[in-house]
Design a protein around this ligand. Structure first.
Ligand code: IPE
Ligand code: IPE
Ligand code: MG
Length: 230
């Protein structure tokens, strides 16, 4: 799809990194960074929708993040408790749906319930999807798929693997953005990223504004995707 002559990716996935460092620089608790990050995430979703992106996946909590101190995790869960319902209603008003990838059964029950409601009450024919990666790890996802294939007792083809992943209903990401300066994927969408374009920026997620997002889209737009062909 094109907007202002730009080639717009259908699916953008974002590794929202740098909240803790943003807070530390300001002598604030890490949770303050997560709180600001949450607002930035909402603005980013609006921007993505405006640009005509159809799927936005946000890496909010990895399987490895669950080993962080309890205090930090509680801070994150409290953000969900306080702001999730309102933010989701705003998304519905724009005919956007919420989906989840990852194993949310490890989260506190009330938080699970909020998230499940957010998914369940989403519009039926959305034109934009916000996909929350929560307690998501690509290795856990692939291991789960392998076990499902084994219990089905059939050899699998590549497409069958894709259809056993959490992301079975979504196309592969065209563009993966990582904020916060690290040059790695940290267990995010390892299978689905096979032909994703990668974009890394030093901007910490709480500082990642609409202009920064547009810069990433422009970079994507200028690339030549060959998928192994000539
Ligand atoms: C990413 O920011 C958000 C989560 C992992 C929940 P970090 O919390 O990893 O922030 P840094 O990398 O420590 O700055
Ligand atoms: C990746 O960030 C996970 C999320 C953004 C949710 P991390 O901060 O956990 O990744 P590492 O530890 O730097 O690889
Ligand atoms: Mg980090």
């Amino acid at each position: 799809m094109k907007a202002d002559g730009l080639k717009i990716p259908r699916h953008v996935a974002v590794i929202m990194d740098g909240n803790g460092r943003w807070a530390k620089k300001r002598l604030l608790p890490r949770t303050a960074g997560h709180s600001r990050g949450m607002n930035v995430m909402i603005d980013m979703a609006k921007k993505a929708r405006e640009l005509g992106i159809k799927y936005l996946t946000v890496y909010a909590l990895s399987t490895e993040n669950l080993a962080r101190p309890r205090e930090e995790l509680e801070g994150l869960y409290d953000l969900v408790r306080r702001y999730f319902a309102k933010n989701v209603k705003d998304l519905y008003a724009e005919n956007a749906a919420v989906r989840v990838i990852g194993d949310i059964t490890a989260l506190p029950e009330d938080v699970q319930a909020l998230i499940e409601d957010g998914v369940k009450n989403s519009p039926a024919n959305p034109d934009f999807f916000v996909i929350l990666a929560l307690n998501y790890g690509a290795r856990a996802e692939i291991t789960r798929a392998v076990n499902q294939a084994i219990s089905a007792g059939q050899p699998v083809k590549e497409g069958d693997v894709s259809s056993l992943l959490y992301t079975k209903d979504f196309p592969d990401p065209d563009l993966i953005i990582r904020t916060g300066g690290e040059l790695r994927l940290s267990n995010f969408l390892l299978w689905q990223a096979a032909y994703a374009e990668l974009y890394f920026t030093d901007v910490l997620f709480p500082d990642f504004g609409g202009r920064d997002f547009e810069k990433a889209i422009k970079s994507y737009s200028s690339r030549n995707r060959r998928f192994g062909k000539i």
